[in-house]
Design a protein around this ligand. Sequence first.
Ligand SMILES: Nc1nc2c(ncn2[C@@H]2O[C@H](COP(=O)(O)OP(=O)(O)OP(=O)(O)O)[C@@H](O)[C@H]2O)c(=O)[nH]1
Ligand SMILES: [Mg+2]
Length: 366
Amino acid sequence: MSLSIGIVGLPNAGKSTIFNALARAHRAEAASYPFCTIEPNKAIVPVPDQRVEKVAELTNPKTVIHSTVEFVDIAGLVKGANQGEGLGNKFLSHIRETDAILHVVRCFTDDNVAHVEGTLDPTRDVEIVETELLLADVETAGNRVQKLQKQIRGDNSLKSLVELAERLRGHLSEGLPAAAFPERESEKAMELLKEMRLLTDKPVIYCANTDENSMSPDCEVLRAVAAAAEARNAPWVSICAEMEEELFELADDERAEFLAAYGIEENGLAQTVRTGFSTLGLISFITTMSNEVKAWTVQQGCKAPQAAGTIHTDFEKGFIRAHVTAYEDFVANGGESPCRAVGLVHEEGKDYEIRDGDVIRFLFNV
Ligand SMILES: Nc1nc2c(ncn2[C@@H]2O[C@H](COP(=O)(O)OP(=O)(O)OP(=O)(O)O)[C@@H](O)[C@H]2O)c(=O)[nH]1
Ligand SMILES: [Mg+2]
């Protein structure tokens, strides 16, 4: 599995600038007029994980392959987008398939870059965008109800499903996100929600796009983003997108030095991916097969056979056991052979739950 994150926000919030900074490539065109992004931009970026590098140093493989994360950058949403204002909301379909949303909130001041609402106000901006996401979901749910009502004419067994979809639509129409739908734990609701891929059902990471004046944690606009995130029980990150994007001209060590000078410990990509992983309960394990060190992403709680299955379905079907070395042991002892010599390579069966960073060799029958 690979993590995918859709970027939303008002026009000129700096979404494409952040996307570029995240993608480390100037693929999305960022510009100072609203609605610069029309077609969605997609970037597939390696997940920053120093553990993979460390394991590679000790095993000297031919290739090193990180897990990936996909970012999708779409056009900005304005108030009334659901009624066709601005560019409308049809491009939201491009982020239905993503696992999480990165909600970019403008925290920078620049008279040359118009703010669609005229002033800097994260609290208001967040509400505008969320309302549009919610209204898009109301429409999706409405369409689903209509479709089911047509189907029910020939199939009475769908009655309870129609009623469920109607209750979901009612819930959304009251201004409540799908994630707070009281019935969401029921099997039927889970199925319906999974199929509908509602935007307000996705975990959100709030992202303050700051400048030199708004980076400080006690800056009012940044505090407003933090408060919005906290009120929604969601995580937030702060990215100085324009600065980070400009830093790509610099060599890696110079860039690190520059970020440190501004008190930025972790770049935007690392922050976002780390937050995305923890929000979605994702972990990584590492394999060192066939001259290749490779990282894989799985859900916390994943058992060894399912982890093997992310590599190849045959690995899951024919799973015998896994040779597992904890990452810390692997590094502290200098690789698998020294670990084996001191009994730190554990043989694990089908009930073994993968731990973050595990270095694993699967044994299987095909
Ligand atoms: N001063 C300053 N300008 C920024 C910053 N981030 C983005 N910008 C500028 O703001 C303008 C708009 O940025 P974009 O990244 O295109 O904005 P967007 O959210 O993608 O806008 P749409 O695609 O129209 O929805 C560009 O000229 C950027 O250079 C920032 O942190 N500081
Ligand atoms: Mg854009």
